[in-house]
Design a protein around this ligand. Sequence first.
Ligand SMILES: [Mn+2]
Length: 301
Amino acid sequence: MILVVGHKNPDSDSICSALAATELLKARGLDAKPIRQGEINRETAHILEVAGVEQPEFRDSVAGEKIWLVDYSDLAQAPDDVNEAEILGIVDHHRLGDVMTVNPLEAWIWPVGCSCTVLFNMFKIEGAEITPAIAKLMMSAILSDTVGFASPTCTQKDKDAVQELAKIAGVDDVDAFIKALLIAKTDIEGLTPAQLVEKDLKAYPFNGRDVVVGQIELATLEQVDGQIDALEQDLVRRCEEDSLAFAAVMLTDITTATTRLLYKGEWAAKLDKHADNGVLMMENTLSRKKQGWPWLQAELV
Ligand SMILES: [Mn+2]
């Protein structure tokens, strides 16, 4: 049995890739099962409902198991006991991380917008059948990760994949499909400040210290107008509790590609020169991976 596991604090790609990769391994005649390391978000719940697919089982321990990683190759995002598992494969679209293996492995890491774009091409290369449900999962993950093709991470391979997957999934109106997805993506009603920060929080070891950067995708920045203080207090709390050098959250209006950055911690003063009256705006910033985090790395050195 091979366990297919996405990253901690799973996003839609992490869940959909685990489900799709499992089907690909089964098509190879292997026994495989998708797992998740955390609760699914509202967007992912929407996607699973549309596709009519059950969420993977929760499991955060993989000691003694054979595993595939999807959507990451960093130890910080893997199950804590990943060193006691045998990593057989990786499907990813991020920079190469720091996991190590004992034996040779299959590594499918492409500079595209979504792990599901890599998986779609693996299905094609291997001549494996893509069911309408799996097609819906994969196209949704691609549209989520690329924010409906608007992100600078989006490539022609992502667009081509969605076009082919939409045909298999029987989705005639891709624009309407994207709209419903983005509504689910930006639904933050009723979430507490801590839940908002946690929603899509990633840990990065940097210069010997720990840093976290979250992102909240919004239809308008007004959605968090009354919660700025509470969100900043939550960042302060995380710095204290987890000895972080820096904690930030990107508030991103996905309709205008405008981001407001909230930031706290020992290293916060390094960014103050970019703030205006305590408000740090990042124009034309949609992607944490391609825009937010590279900029922060340059500023925090
Ligand atoms: Mn991804």
